[in-house]
Design a protein around this ligand. Structure first.
Ligand code: AMP
Length: 403
């Protein structure tokens, strides 16, 4: 059992760093509450133990202190709804219009078991992103125990995500349930993978994914490369890619990665054929071509049928699967077939017993859009954080709690 599950929060005030950085529309309505819902089990366990909860988060990127647009007060009614259980009294949710200072201190002090206090946006203070120690210490005074449940910001050494941990003894600082699930899933893939281990890497740019590919070359048996970045690799091996996306300044890097893969015995799979278009447009004319022989004036915007089959065969044989990045321009209906086929293959492999982790904004959007989110083993809430984890970096938010 984990430290969090074993801990009794009875009569304690738990200060939880959550990631409530949700998108709001112009009327301050939440357009996607995934991040809020992800933190609810942690909050409920503490309340059920007889503890109280103080929530701190950032919202957006406020530049000049307090701004209506970035106030966390807009989240209070929805938080209230998410915390309520049918047939039971409402969970009292209070709001402090500052995250430190007198009002926050007094409200936190008077908080009774079963109550929740949401603090105003941490980033209204520049000290938060600077990782200011004095600011972190002020925040720490609000709670008896620190719980980090914000995987989305775990790669930042900010005051509330990392620096604050030092003000709590080891038995009073821990990960929440969401963070535990994230870390356990990522560790299962990176450090305890059953072989064959296939990493599926897609998206637009090679330059964004070099470090992750390099690190995965040490661990994976197969690396599938799709999306726009595949064409830099294909050109690097002498292919003709027409007007497809290409980072010419990364051709050498692509060649080096291919050579490293060969030297290490890692199978690196590039799409054999592509769905091509005569312009980057949802209504473009489309056709199919070998990925290494795309006519001038045409560009590869998706992997085509043979490549889907080629990749599906590899995925079906895998015991561990990591998927980051779409196989094509899945935002356009004509070019989403490949990403859909890969989502299906990952779901089928999972059904047969593989462990599959999907992470990174666009692949998460794709599995949600195509209805496969509950058919894979784990869908990560962390974009940048997950990427840095798989690049082999130590995440400050994790290191600080473990220290
Ligand atoms: P990334 O943020 O690097 O993961 O890239 C995701 C973006 O890559 C999505 O918006 C896709 O539309 C885009 N993308 C995927 N495949 C291609 C392609 N073949 N050509 C151009 N853009 C692509």
């Amino acid at each position: 059992m984990s430290q969090f599950s074993q801990h009794s929060f009875a009569n304690e005030k738990a200060l939880i760093r959550v990631d409530f950085n949700v998108p709001l529309n112009d009327s301050y309505e939440i357009t996607d509450d995934t991040r809020m819902r992800a933190a609810i089990p942690t909050i409920k366990k503490i309340l059920a133990d007889g503890g109280s909860v103080i929530l701190m988060s950032h919202l957006g990127r406020p530049k000049d202190g307090p701004t209506e647009k970035y106030s966390l007060k807009h989240l209070v009614p929805h938080l209230q709804e998410l915390l309520n259980t049918k047939g039971q009294p409402n969970v009292p949710v209070l709001f402090a219009n500052d995250c430190i200072g007198e009002q926050a201190g007094l409200t936190a002090n008077m908080l009774r078991p079963g109550e929740v206090l949401l603090l105003e946006n941490l980033r209204f203070y520049k000290e938060e992103e600077k990782g200011d120690k004095a600011f972190a210490e002020k925040l720490s005074k609000l709670g008896d125990v620190y719980v980090n449940d914000a995987f989305g910001t775990a790669h930042r050494a900010h005051a509330s995500t990392a620096v604050i941990a030092q003000f709590f003894p080891k038995d009073k600082r821990m990960f929440g349930l969401l963070m535990e699930n994230e870390v356990n899933s990522a560790e299962k893939v990176l450090h305890q993978s059953q072989k064959p281990f296939t990493a599926i890497i897609g998206g637009a740019k090679v330059s964004d994914k070099i470090l992750i590919i390099e690190n995965l070359l040490e661990r994976a048996t197969d690396i599938i490369i799709g999306g726009g970045m595949a064409y830099t690799f294909i050109k690097a091996t002498g292919g003709k890619i027409g007007n497809s996306l290409c980072e010419d300044d990364r051709l050498d890097t692509a060649r080096e990665l291919l050579q490293k893969a060969e030297a290490k015995g890692v199978r690196l799979h590039l799409p054999s054929d592509s769905t091509i278009a005569d312009k980057f447009d949802a209504n473009a004319n489309d056709s199919t071509a070998p990925s290494n022989n795309i006519p001038d004036g045409w560009m590869g915007l998706d992997i085509a049928e043979n490549a889907c089959e080629q990749f599906t065969n590899v995925i079906h044989k895998s015991k561990t699967i990591l998927w980051n990045g779409p196989m094509g321009v899945f935002e356009m209906a004509k070019f989403q077939h490949g990403t859909k086929a890969i989502a299906k293959a990952v779901a089928e492999a999972t059904q047969k017993g593989a462990f599959s982790l999907v992470g990174g904004g666009d692949s998460v959007a794709a599995v949600n859009q195509f209805g496969y989110a509950d058919k894979v083993s784990y869908v990560s809430t962390g974009g940048g954080a997950l990427l840095e984890y798989f690049e082999g970096k130590e995440l400050p938010g994790i290191a600080a709690v473990k220290a």
